[in-house]
Design a protein around this ligand. Structure first.
Ligand code: NI
Length: 146
């Protein structure tokens, strides 16, 4: 368990009021957890911007009737090699497929793999979400028991 430190933050009344409104809407029990999440988000942004190791999920919706599209998507994934950890395919309806691809690697490499798939004709919607375990957001090194 990490040691907790306390800190005080000075805010304009209006800003605090808006913050409280927002976190109530999002279901936070208290300000501290909301502040922690905002800070984690900012630190993650820095990790992504500095091209460090992250994990990512790419969600794609595509029309499987478009010629060669399924093969092209598979080719991109084979070329990406070890960056691809897993992929799940769901046949949404008669026309559309949903694919969720889980990846690991440097943020810019994952973005490039995602862009390669999103640009294909027939891929109609898609979004890459990058995140990490949070381990690199802490100062102390984390060791696994295995
Ligand atoms: Ni399908």
């Amino acid at each position: 368990m990490t040691q907790l430190s306390r800190t005080g933050v000075s805010l304009e009344d209006d800003l605090l009021k808006e913050f409280d409104r927002l976190i109530a809407k999002r279901g936070y029990a208290n300000r501290s957890e909301a502040f922690r999440d905002l800070i984690r988000e900012a630190l993650l942004s820095e990790i992504v911007e500095s091209n460090k190791q992250v994990v990512g999920t790419l969600t794609l919706v595509y029309d499987h009737h478009v010629p060669n599209l399924a093969q092209k998507l598979t080719e991109v994934q084979h070329t990406a090699g070890a960056m691809i950890l897993a992929a799940t395919h769901v046949h949404l309806d008669h026309n559309y497929c949903l694919e969720v691809i889980i990846m690991k690697g440097r943020s810019k490499d994952l973005q490039a793999v995602a862009d390669g798939m999103l640009a294909l004709r027939g891929v109609e919607l898609g979004k890459l979400v990058l995140t990490n375990s949070g381990a690199s957001l802490k100062s102390a090194p984390h060791s696994h028991p295995h």
